[in-house]
Design a protein around this ligand. Structure first.
Ligand SMILES: C[S@@+](CC[C@H](N)C(=O)[O-])C[C@H]1O[C@@H](n2cnc3c(N)ncnc32)[C@H](O)[C@@H]1O
Length: 282
């Protein structure tokens, strides 16, 4: 079977299984099966597949039709121009999260230390460290996710440190200039309404923090002042419809900024830690 025919058949199978962007998905899966770049397929459309390539391709198509996300099949995703390895132990980094990077880079000028809370694949921490060279660490509750983040850091030659702990529990007081977080923010009640690719494949600890979806924000905003230095920033990704309540949590913080994504949806919130109350002198 030629590359061209394999792509036609794969696209049809994915279409019938109602997989989104079937042609592109078939191309990505076939390129992965052949351990080639996608461009190779177009330049060699008459080439015959080897048996092993055909077997891999068939297995990948089958996995995708069962709902496994393409990124977990290929094990890779691009984020802010770099390739990250992903497994079902980590959330697949989303393009929207690149807005967190942009806002963080803007407010990070002069920062001496950055902390990413909830590293996942390490996409945020590693990108920030690679982009501005600031000393960066990340915390992560899932040891399996922390291992992936560390492997990504090593592959991308980024000296970030990854600590397995609950939010800030292992972080020294007043040691951080900038906190970034893309916390789990899907309300448990919305679980059944999620796409099957997300619900059945992505780690639940990365999606859900509790019934309301605000539990992680509440804890992060409450604990952040302990680890931030005076004048330190927090930059967080916002879930759909979460702006009002997260902004309320940040009442009393200074210089609050809200940044929309390309669709105009509020996507990032940033603020400066409140000045500590001085004890009254008698
Ligand atoms: C939405 S994912 C974000 C992952 C990554 N930062 C990104 O943007 O792609 C949230 C991450 O927070 C981690 N997490 C959840 N609860 C945590 C906690 N209490 N302490 C530390 N990390 C936590 C999850 O395991 C998950 O990796």
């Amino acid at each position: 079977m030629t590359i061209q025919t394999a792509l036609l058949q794969g696209t049809r199978l994915l279409e019938d299984a109602q997989v989104a962007v079937p042609r592109l998905t078939a191309e990505v899966l076939l390129a992965h099966a052949m351990r080639r770049e996608r461009a190779y397929l177009f330049a060699h459309s008459e080439q015959e597949l080897r048996e092993v390539e055909w077997l891999h391709y068939g297995r990948y198509l089958h996995e995708r039709m069962r709902g496994k996300p393409t990124q977990y099949i290929t094990g890779r995703v691009e984020f802010y121009g770099r390739e990250f390895r992903v497994t079902p132990d980590v959330l697949i980094p989303r393009p929207e999260t690149e807005h967190v990077v942009e806002v963080a880079l803007e407010v990070a000028r002069g920062a001496g230390s950055i902390l990413d809370v909830g590293a996942g694949s390490g996409a945020l921490a590693i990108t920030l460290e690679r982009e501005n060279g600031v000393k960066t660490c990340a915390t992560e509750i899932s040891p399996a996710a922390a291992r992936i983040a560390l492997a990504n850091a090593q592959r991308l030659q980024s000296p970030v440190s990854i600590v397995v702990c609950d939010f800030f529990s292992a972080i020294a007081p007043a040691s951080i200039d900038l906190i970034v977080a893309n916390p789990p923010y899907v309300p448990l009640a919305q679980r059944e309404g999620l796409q099957r690719e997300v619900r059945d494949w992505e780690p639940h600890v990365a999606l859900f923090a509790g019934e309301t979806g605000f539990e992680a924000y509440e804890q992060i905003v409450a604990d952040a002042p302990r680890v931030l230095r005076p004048g330190g920033w927090i930059v967080m990704e916002l879930g759909f419809g979460s702006l009002e309540r997260v902004a309320t949590l940040l009442a009393g913080w200074q210089d609050v900024r809200i940044v929309p994504d390309l669709a105009g949806i509020p996507r990032v919130i940033a603020a400066v830690v409140p000045v500590k109350h001085q004890p009254l002198k008698h």
